[in-house]
Design a protein around this ligand. Structure first.
Ligand code: GAL
Length: 450
Protein backbone atom coordinates (compact mmCIF):
# COMPACT_ATOMS: atom_id res chain seq x y z
CA UNK A 1 0.00 0.00 0.00
CA UNK A 2 1.33 3.42 -0.90
CA UNK A 3 1.59 5.35 2.34
CA UNK A 4 3.72 8.18 0.92
CA UNK A 5 1.02 10.80 0.99
CA UNK A 6 3.01 13.97 1.07
CA UNK A 7 0.74 15.14 3.92
CA UNK A 8 -0.35 14.06 7.36
CA UNK A 9 -3.60 14.43 9.23
CA UNK A 10 -2.18 17.27 11.34
CA UNK A 11 -1.50 19.35 8.22
CA UNK A 12 -5.27 19.81 7.99
CA UNK A 13 -5.49 21.20 11.53
CA UNK A 14 -6.68 19.67 14.77
CA UNK A 15 -10.32 20.64 14.36
CA UNK A 16 -10.66 19.29 10.81
CA UNK A 17 -13.70 17.04 10.36
CA UNK A 18 -12.88 13.65 8.88
CA UNK A 19 -15.93 11.72 7.83
CA UNK A 20 -17.64 9.21 5.62
CA UNK A 21 -21.05 9.76 4.09
CA UNK A 22 -23.91 7.39 3.39
CA UNK A 23 -27.57 7.82 2.41
CA UNK A 24 -30.71 6.05 3.63
CA UNK A 25 -32.00 4.79 0.27
CA UNK A 26 -28.58 3.45 -0.63
CA UNK A 27 -27.80 1.68 2.63
CA UNK A 28 -30.69 1.04 4.98
CA UNK A 29 -32.72 -1.62 3.17
CA UNK A 30 -35.66 -2.77 5.36
CA UNK A 31 -37.87 -1.01 2.86
CA UNK A 32 -41.22 -2.31 4.08
CA UNK A 33 -40.78 -3.24 7.69
CA UNK A 34 -41.58 -1.52 10.99
CA UNK A 35 -44.14 0.70 9.31
CA UNK A 36 -41.95 2.34 6.67
CA UNK A 37 -43.76 3.75 3.64
CA UNK A 38 -42.32 3.30 0.15
CA UNK A 39 -40.06 5.90 -1.40
CA UNK A 40 -39.84 6.89 -5.05
CA UNK A 41 -36.74 4.70 -5.39
CA UNK A 42 -38.69 1.61 -4.32
CA UNK A 43 -41.40 2.29 -6.89
CA UNK A 44 -39.07 3.57 -9.64
CA UNK A 45 -36.93 0.43 -9.38
CA UNK A 46 -39.96 -1.66 -10.38
CA UNK A 47 -40.12 0.03 -13.75
CA UNK A 48 -38.52 -2.03 -16.46
CA UNK A 49 -35.11 -0.95 -17.67
CA UNK A 50 -34.70 1.90 -15.21
CA UNK A 51 -32.06 0.28 -13.00
CA UNK A 52 -29.21 -1.90 -14.23
CA UNK A 53 -29.96 -5.63 -13.98
CA UNK A 54 -33.33 -4.77 -12.44
CA UNK A 55 -31.70 -4.25 -9.05
CA UNK A 56 -33.91 -2.97 -6.22
CA UNK A 57 -32.95 -0.91 -3.17
CA UNK A 58 -35.13 -3.09 -0.94
CA UNK A 59 -32.33 -4.65 1.11
CA UNK A 60 -29.24 -2.65 0.14
CA UNK A 61 -26.60 -3.03 2.89
CA UNK A 62 -29.19 -3.79 5.57
CA UNK A 63 -27.77 -0.88 7.55
CA UNK A 64 -31.12 -0.71 9.34
CA UNK A 65 -30.24 -3.88 11.21
CA UNK A 66 -26.46 -3.67 11.09
CA UNK A 67 -25.87 -0.03 12.00
CA UNK A 68 -24.13 -0.87 15.28
CA UNK A 69 -21.47 -2.98 13.62
CA UNK A 70 -21.15 -0.52 10.74
CA UNK A 71 -20.63 2.40 13.11
CA UNK A 72 -17.86 0.41 14.81
CA UNK A 73 -16.21 0.18 11.40
CA UNK A 74 -16.53 3.95 10.88
CA UNK A 75 -14.96 4.50 14.26
CA UNK A 76 -12.31 1.85 13.70
CA UNK A 77 -11.16 3.50 10.48
CA UNK A 78 -10.49 6.67 12.45
CA UNK A 79 -13.28 9.02 11.34
CA UNK A 80 -14.71 11.55 13.79
CA UNK A 81 -17.89 12.58 11.94
CA UNK A 82 -20.53 10.50 10.21
CA UNK A 83 -22.98 11.71 7.59
CA UNK A 84 -26.22 9.83 7.03
CA UNK A 85 -29.68 10.76 5.81
CA UNK A 86 -33.14 10.28 7.23
CA UNK A 87 -35.60 8.30 5.17
CA UNK A 88 -38.63 10.59 5.06
CA UNK A 89 -41.04 7.70 4.43
CA UNK A 90 -39.66 5.77 7.40
CA UNK A 91 -40.83 8.43 9.82
CA UNK A 92 -43.78 9.75 7.81
CA UNK A 93 -44.97 6.79 5.70
CA UNK A 94 -47.41 8.96 3.73
CA UNK A 95 -45.04 11.93 3.60
CA UNK A 96 -47.30 14.00 5.83
CA UNK A 97 -49.73 13.16 8.61
CA UNK A 98 -49.31 9.95 10.55
CA UNK A 99 -45.95 9.62 12.32
CA UNK A 100 -44.29 6.20 12.40
CA UNK A 101 -42.97 5.80 15.94
CA UNK A 102 -40.76 2.86 15.02
CA UNK A 103 -39.06 4.94 12.36
CA UNK A 104 -38.43 7.74 14.83
CA UNK A 105 -37.09 5.19 17.33
CA UNK A 106 -34.64 3.87 14.74
CA UNK A 107 -33.07 7.29 14.20
CA UNK A 108 -32.86 7.92 17.93
CA UNK A 109 -30.97 4.65 18.32
CA UNK A 110 -28.69 5.46 15.40
CA UNK A 111 -27.93 8.95 16.71
CA UNK A 112 -27.38 7.68 20.26
CA UNK A 113 -25.00 5.05 19.00
CA UNK A 114 -23.02 7.66 17.05
CA UNK A 115 -22.79 9.88 20.10
CA UNK A 116 -21.78 7.00 22.36
CA UNK A 117 -18.90 6.20 20.00
CA UNK A 118 -17.81 9.82 19.74
CA UNK A 119 -18.90 10.10 16.10
CA UNK A 120 -20.48 13.50 15.54
CA UNK A 121 -23.59 13.07 13.37
CA UNK A 122 -24.20 15.17 10.25
CA UNK A 123 -27.78 14.53 9.22
CA UNK A 124 -29.01 15.02 5.67
CA UNK A 125 -32.73 15.71 5.55
CA UNK A 126 -33.29 14.93 1.90
CA UNK A 127 -31.08 12.52 -0.01
CA UNK A 128 -33.38 11.79 -2.95
CA UNK A 129 -35.88 9.34 -1.41
CA UNK A 130 -39.16 11.23 -1.54
CA UNK A 131 -42.12 9.33 -0.06
CA UNK A 132 -43.94 7.69 -2.99
CA UNK A 133 -47.22 9.04 -1.61
CA UNK A 134 -46.03 12.62 -2.19
CA UNK A 135 -44.85 11.88 -5.70
CA UNK A 136 -48.40 10.84 -6.51
CA UNK A 137 -49.40 14.39 -5.60
CA UNK A 138 -46.79 15.90 -7.92
CA UNK A 139 -43.57 15.54 -5.91
CA UNK A 140 -40.99 18.26 -6.42
CA UNK A 141 -42.97 19.66 -9.36
CA UNK A 142 -45.75 20.65 -6.97
CA UNK A 143 -45.56 23.93 -5.05
CA UNK A 144 -47.07 22.03 -2.10
CA UNK A 145 -43.61 20.54 -1.61
CA UNK A 146 -42.60 23.61 0.38
CA UNK A 147 -45.31 22.91 2.93
CA UNK A 148 -44.76 19.13 2.99
CA UNK A 149 -41.02 19.54 3.34
CA UNK A 150 -41.48 22.16 6.04
CA UNK A 151 -43.56 19.79 8.12
CA UNK A 152 -41.03 17.01 7.71
CA UNK A 153 -38.13 19.28 8.68
CA UNK A 154 -40.09 20.53 11.70
CA UNK A 155 -40.65 16.98 12.88
CA UNK A 156 -36.94 16.10 12.48
CA UNK A 157 -35.81 19.28 14.22
CA UNK A 158 -38.18 18.78 17.15
CA UNK A 159 -37.38 15.09 17.54
CA UNK A 160 -33.63 15.07 17.04
CA UNK A 161 -32.54 18.70 17.47
CA UNK A 162 -31.43 18.32 21.07
CA UNK A 163 -28.91 15.66 20.01
CA UNK A 164 -28.06 16.58 16.43
CA UNK A 165 -26.53 19.99 15.80
CA UNK A 166 -25.14 19.50 12.27
CA UNK A 167 -27.74 19.52 9.52
CA UNK A 168 -27.66 19.26 5.74
CA UNK A 169 -30.93 20.37 4.17
CA UNK A 170 -30.69 18.97 0.63
CA UNK A 171 -28.36 16.62 -1.15
CA UNK A 172 -27.49 18.02 -4.58
CA UNK A 173 -30.68 19.78 -5.69
CA UNK A 174 -29.40 20.03 -9.26
CA UNK A 175 -28.74 16.28 -9.23
CA UNK A 176 -32.21 15.18 -8.23
CA UNK A 177 -34.14 17.80 -10.20
CA UNK A 178 -32.24 17.24 -13.46
CA UNK A 179 -31.91 13.45 -13.32
CA UNK A 180 -35.34 12.88 -11.79
CA UNK A 181 -37.54 15.60 -13.30
CA UNK A 182 -35.87 16.44 -16.63
CA UNK A 183 -33.94 13.45 -17.92
CA UNK A 184 -36.00 10.67 -16.33
CA UNK A 185 -32.88 8.71 -15.42
CA UNK A 186 -33.50 8.78 -11.67
CA UNK A 187 -36.65 8.50 -9.62
CA UNK A 188 -39.36 9.55 -10.18
CA UNK A 189 -38.46 9.29 -13.87
CA UNK A 190 -40.16 12.44 -15.07
CA UNK A 191 -39.04 14.37 -18.13
CA UNK A 192 -39.35 17.80 -19.69
CA UNK A 193 -39.16 21.46 -18.79
CA UNK A 194 -42.68 21.52 -17.44
CA UNK A 195 -41.55 19.24 -14.61
CA UNK A 196 -37.99 20.51 -14.34
CA UNK A 197 -38.61 24.26 -14.01
CA UNK A 198 -41.07 24.04 -11.09
CA UNK A 199 -38.89 21.35 -9.46
CA UNK A 200 -35.90 23.72 -9.52
CA UNK A 201 -37.94 26.52 -8.09
CA UNK A 202 -39.50 24.39 -5.36
CA UNK A 203 -36.18 22.79 -4.40
CA UNK A 204 -34.50 26.21 -4.14
CA UNK A 205 -37.33 27.41 -1.91
CA UNK A 206 -37.34 24.25 0.20
CA UNK A 207 -33.59 24.60 0.71
CA UNK A 208 -34.00 28.06 2.25
CA UNK A 209 -37.19 27.20 4.11
CA UNK A 210 -35.54 24.10 5.64
CA UNK A 211 -32.66 26.27 6.82
CA UNK A 212 -35.03 28.76 8.46
CA UNK A 213 -36.96 26.03 10.29
CA UNK A 214 -33.77 24.49 11.64
CA UNK A 215 -32.49 27.90 12.74
CA UNK A 216 -35.69 28.53 14.65
CA UNK A 217 -36.05 25.14 16.28
CA UNK A 218 -32.52 23.89 16.93
CA UNK A 219 -30.31 25.77 19.34
CA UNK A 220 -26.64 26.09 18.32
CA UNK A 221 -27.32 24.46 14.98
CA UNK A 222 -24.65 24.31 12.28
CA UNK A 223 -26.71 24.35 9.10
CA UNK A 224 -25.62 23.58 5.57
CA UNK A 225 -26.78 22.22 2.28
CA UNK A 226 -24.86 20.45 -0.46
CA UNK A 227 -24.22 21.11 -4.12
CA UNK A 228 -22.92 18.89 -6.88
CA UNK A 229 -20.16 20.99 -8.42
CA UNK A 230 -17.91 20.49 -11.39
CA UNK A 231 -15.39 22.70 -13.08
CA UNK A 232 -16.77 23.33 -16.56
CA UNK A 233 -14.11 23.43 -19.24
CA UNK A 234 -14.81 24.58 -22.82
CA UNK A 235 -13.67 21.96 -25.34
CA UNK A 236 -11.91 24.56 -27.50
CA UNK A 237 -11.38 28.29 -27.21
CA UNK A 238 -13.97 28.96 -29.90
CA UNK A 239 -16.55 31.50 -28.67
CA UNK A 240 -19.41 29.02 -29.24
CA UNK A 241 -17.78 26.43 -26.97
CA UNK A 242 -16.99 29.06 -24.33
CA UNK A 243 -20.61 30.25 -24.34
CA UNK A 244 -21.87 26.65 -24.17
CA UNK A 245 -19.62 26.02 -21.15
CA UNK A 246 -20.98 29.14 -19.45
CA UNK A 247 -24.55 27.86 -19.85
CA UNK A 248 -23.69 24.49 -18.34
CA UNK A 249 -21.85 26.28 -15.55
CA UNK A 250 -25.01 28.18 -14.66
CA UNK A 251 -26.97 24.94 -14.43
CA UNK A 252 -24.43 22.79 -12.66
CA UNK A 253 -22.72 25.27 -10.36
CA UNK A 254 -24.75 28.44 -9.88
CA UNK A 255 -28.42 27.53 -9.99
CA UNK A 256 -28.90 26.80 -6.31
CA UNK A 257 -26.08 28.59 -4.51
CA UNK A 258 -26.80 32.05 -5.89
CA UNK A 259 -30.48 32.13 -4.80
CA UNK A 260 -29.39 30.98 -1.33
CA UNK A 261 -26.87 33.82 -1.16
CA UNK A 262 -29.59 36.34 -1.91
CA UNK A 263 -28.81 36.95 -5.56
CA UNK A 264 -31.85 35.17 -6.98
CA UNK A 265 -31.47 32.83 -9.92
CA UNK A 266 -28.58 33.82 -12.21
CA UNK A 267 -29.71 36.57 -14.59
CA UNK A 268 -27.34 35.87 -17.47
CA UNK A 269 -28.41 35.93 -21.06
CA UNK A 270 -29.77 32.39 -21.33
CA UNK A 271 -33.32 31.53 -22.46
CA UNK A 272 -33.73 28.84 -19.86
CA UNK A 273 -33.20 31.36 -17.08
CA UNK A 274 -35.78 33.74 -18.45
CA UNK A 275 -38.37 31.04 -17.88
CA UNK A 276 -37.14 30.37 -14.40
CA UNK A 277 -37.09 34.06 -13.57
CA UNK A 278 -40.65 34.44 -14.80
CA UNK A 279 -41.71 31.59 -12.62
CA UNK A 280 -39.89 33.13 -9.74
CA UNK A 281 -41.36 36.60 -10.21
CA UNK A 282 -44.83 35.22 -10.60
CA UNK A 283 -44.57 33.74 -7.15
CA UNK A 284 -42.86 36.84 -5.71
CA UNK A 285 -40.61 34.55 -3.74
CA UNK A 286 -37.14 35.98 -4.39
CA UNK A 287 -36.32 36.87 -0.81
CA UNK A 288 -37.66 33.55 0.40
CA UNK A 289 -34.96 31.85 -1.67
CA UNK A 290 -32.32 33.38 0.59
CA UNK A 291 -30.86 31.71 3.65
CA UNK A 292 -27.48 32.33 5.24
CA UNK A 293 -26.08 28.81 5.57
CA UNK A 294 -23.30 28.18 8.08
CA UNK A 295 -21.58 25.93 5.59
CA UNK A 296 -21.85 24.86 2.00
CA UNK A 297 -21.26 21.21 1.19
CA UNK A 298 -19.25 20.78 -1.99
CA UNK A 299 -19.59 17.42 -3.73
CA UNK A 300 -17.24 16.86 -6.60
CA UNK A 301 -16.57 13.81 -8.69
CA UNK A 302 -15.38 15.08 -12.08
CA UNK A 303 -14.85 18.12 -14.28
CA UNK A 304 -17.07 18.47 -17.34
CA UNK A 305 -15.71 19.35 -20.77
CA UNK A 306 -18.37 21.03 -22.90
CA UNK A 307 -18.83 21.86 -26.55
CA UNK A 308 -21.48 23.77 -28.47
CA UNK A 309 -24.16 21.47 -29.84
CA UNK A 310 -27.05 23.12 -31.70
CA UNK A 311 -29.00 19.86 -31.70
CA UNK A 312 -29.66 19.98 -27.97
CA UNK A 313 -32.76 22.08 -27.28
CA UNK A 314 -32.39 25.20 -25.12
CA UNK A 315 -29.02 24.28 -23.61
CA UNK A 316 -27.27 23.85 -26.99
CA UNK A 317 -24.33 22.16 -25.37
CA UNK A 318 -23.09 18.65 -24.82
CA UNK A 319 -20.40 16.91 -22.83
CA UNK A 320 -17.22 15.52 -24.35
CA UNK A 321 -16.69 12.41 -22.26
CA UNK A 322 -13.39 11.60 -20.58
CA UNK A 323 -13.05 8.31 -22.46
CA UNK A 324 -13.14 10.01 -25.84
CA UNK A 325 -10.54 12.50 -24.68
CA UNK A 326 -8.29 9.71 -23.50
CA UNK A 327 -7.70 11.15 -20.04
CA UNK A 328 -7.52 9.19 -16.74
CA UNK A 329 -10.98 8.24 -15.52
CA UNK A 330 -12.74 6.01 -13.01
CA UNK A 331 -14.84 2.98 -13.90
CA UNK A 332 -17.85 5.34 -14.08
CA UNK A 333 -16.06 7.08 -16.94
CA UNK A 334 -15.56 10.16 -14.73
CA UNK A 335 -12.37 12.13 -15.31
CA UNK A 336 -9.82 12.01 -12.50
CA UNK A 337 -8.47 15.53 -12.18
CA UNK A 338 -7.37 16.77 -8.75
CA UNK A 339 -6.13 20.08 -10.22
CA UNK A 340 -9.63 20.78 -11.41
CA UNK A 341 -10.89 20.00 -7.90
CA UNK A 342 -8.41 22.50 -6.46
CA UNK A 343 -9.58 25.20 -8.89
CA UNK A 344 -13.20 24.44 -8.04
CA UNK A 345 -12.52 24.84 -4.32
CA UNK A 346 -10.79 28.16 -4.94
CA UNK A 347 -13.75 29.34 -6.96
CA UNK A 348 -16.33 28.39 -4.33
CA UNK A 349 -14.09 29.96 -1.73
CA UNK A 350 -14.66 33.24 -3.57
CA UNK A 351 -18.40 33.09 -2.97
CA UNK A 352 -19.58 34.85 0.15
CA UNK A 353 -20.03 31.65 2.16
CA UNK A 354 -19.01 31.10 5.76
CA UNK A 355 -17.52 27.59 5.77
CA UNK A 356 -16.95 24.98 3.11
CA UNK A 357 -17.13 21.28 3.80
CA UNK A 358 -16.39 18.69 1.17
CA UNK A 359 -19.47 16.62 1.86
CA UNK A 360 -18.78 13.95 -0.77
CA UNK A 361 -15.84 12.90 -2.91
CA UNK A 362 -14.81 9.44 -4.02
CA UNK A 363 -14.40 7.01 -6.87
CA UNK A 364 -15.73 3.82 -8.34
CA UNK A 365 -13.33 1.20 -9.56
CA UNK A 366 -13.85 -2.43 -10.46
CA UNK A 367 -12.57 -3.94 -7.24
CA UNK A 368 -11.36 -7.49 -7.09
CA UNK A 369 -11.63 -9.58 -3.98
CA UNK A 370 -8.59 -11.84 -4.08
CA UNK A 371 -7.92 -14.15 -1.15
CA UNK A 372 -10.05 -11.99 1.10
CA UNK A 373 -8.17 -8.82 0.18
CA UNK A 374 -9.12 -5.87 -2.00
CA UNK A 375 -6.09 -4.04 -3.12
CA UNK A 376 -7.75 -0.91 -4.55
CA UNK A 377 -4.56 1.03 -5.23
CA UNK A 378 -6.27 3.32 -7.72
CA UNK A 379 -8.79 4.46 -5.11
CA UNK A 380 -5.97 5.14 -2.66
CA UNK A 381 -4.16 7.13 -5.33
CA UNK A 382 -7.39 9.05 -5.98
CA UNK A 383 -7.84 9.98 -2.33
CA UNK A 384 -4.19 10.93 -1.98
CA UNK A 385 -4.38 13.32 -4.90
CA UNK A 386 -7.79 14.78 -4.03
CA UNK A 387 -6.87 15.33 -0.40
CA UNK A 388 -3.63 17.00 -1.50
CA UNK A 389 -5.78 19.35 -3.58
CA UNK A 390 -7.96 20.08 -0.53
CA UNK A 391 -4.89 20.90 1.52
CA UNK A 392 -3.51 23.11 -1.23
CA UNK A 393 -6.74 25.15 -1.40
CA UNK A 394 -6.99 25.26 2.39
CA UNK A 395 -3.44 26.57 2.73
CA UNK A 396 -4.29 29.31 0.25
CA UNK A 397 -7.08 30.48 2.50
CA UNK A 398 -10.21 28.60 1.41
CA UNK A 399 -12.14 28.03 4.60
CA UNK A 400 -12.47 24.24 4.36
CA UNK A 401 -13.62 22.70 7.61
CA UNK A 402 -13.92 19.04 6.73
CA UNK A 403 -13.91 16.21 4.24
CA UNK A 404 -16.36 13.33 3.86
CA UNK A 405 -15.33 10.40 1.69
CA UNK A 406 -18.04 8.84 -0.42
CA UNK A 407 -18.70 6.24 0.83
CA UNK A 408 -18.44 3.93 3.82
CA UNK A 409 -19.36 0.74 1.97
CA UNK A 410 -20.49 -0.43 -1.44
CA UNK A 411 -24.19 0.29 -1.72
CA UNK A 412 -27.17 0.80 -3.99
CA UNK A 413 -25.79 3.27 -6.51
CA UNK A 414 -29.08 4.59 -7.92
CA UNK A 415 -29.59 3.72 -11.62
CA UNK A 416 -26.36 1.69 -11.57
CA UNK A 417 -27.84 -0.69 -9.00
CA UNK A 418 -25.25 -2.64 -7.03
CA UNK A 419 -22.75 -2.63 -9.89
CA UNK A 420 -20.98 0.61 -9.06
CA UNK A 421 -18.85 0.17 -5.96
CA UNK A 422 -17.62 3.34 -4.28
CA UNK A 423 -17.05 1.99 -0.75
CA UNK A 424 -14.02 1.92 1.51
CA UNK A 425 -15.55 -1.38 2.56
CA UNK A 426 -16.59 -4.14 0.19
CA UNK A 427 -20.05 -5.62 0.66
CA UNK A 428 -21.07 -9.07 -0.49
CA UNK A 429 -24.74 -8.40 -1.17
CA UNK A 430 -25.68 -12.08 -0.86
CA UNK A 431 -24.25 -12.56 2.62
CA UNK A 432 -23.87 -8.91 3.74
CA UNK A 433 -20.26 -9.73 4.64
CA UNK A 434 -18.15 -6.60 4.95
CA UNK A 435 -14.46 -6.61 3.95
CA UNK A 436 -12.36 -3.53 4.51
CA UNK A 437 -10.62 -2.52 1.29
CA UNK A 438 -7.04 -1.31 1.34
CA UNK A 439 -8.38 2.22 0.81
CA UNK A 440 -10.18 1.81 4.14
CA UNK A 441 -6.94 0.73 5.79
CA UNK A 442 -5.22 3.65 4.10
CA UNK A 443 -7.66 6.05 5.79
CA UNK A 444 -7.10 4.28 9.08
CA UNK A 445 -3.37 4.75 8.71
CA UNK A 446 -3.81 8.41 7.81
CA UNK A 447 -6.22 9.11 10.67
CA UNK A 448 -5.02 6.72 13.37
CA UNK A 449 -1.43 6.12 12.35
CA UNK A 450 -1.80 2.36 12.35
C1 GAL B 1 -23.66 11.73 -5.54
C2 GAL B 1 -24.77 11.27 -4.63
C3 GAL B 1 -24.43 10.05 -3.85
C4 GAL B 1 -23.63 9.03 -4.64
C5 GAL B 1 -22.52 9.68 -5.43
C6 GAL B 1 -21.73 8.72 -6.33
O1 GAL B 1 -24.14 12.56 -6.53
O2 GAL B 1 -25.10 12.29 -3.72
O3 GAL B 1 -25.61 9.52 -3.31
O4 GAL B 1 -24.43 8.22 -5.36
O5 GAL B 1 -23.02 10.71 -6.21
O6 GAL B 1 -22.35 8.55 -7.55
Amino acid sequence: MNLQNGFTKTDFGNDFLWGVAIAAAQNEGAHNIDGRGLSIWDTFSRRKGKIKSGHKPYHACDFYHRYKDDLLLVKGLGFNVFRFSISWSRILPEGIGKINKEGIAFYHKLIDECLALGLVPFVTLYHWDLPAALEKEGGWSSHLMIRWFGKYVTLCAEEFGSKVKNWIVLNEPFGFTSLGYMLGKHAPGKVGMRNFLPAIHNAALAQAEGGRILRKLVSNAYIGTTFSCSEIIPYTDKPADIAAAARIDILMNRLFIEPALGDGFPRDDFKFLEKLELHNKAWKFTERLTFRFDFIGIQNYFPVVVKYNPLIPVIQASEVKAKSRNVPHTAMGWEINPHSFYRLLKRFGDYNVKDIIISENGAMFKDELINGEINDERRIDYFQKYLAAVLHAKKEGVNIKGYFAWTLMDNFEWAEGYHARFGLIHVDFKTQLRTIKNSGYWFRYLLNGR
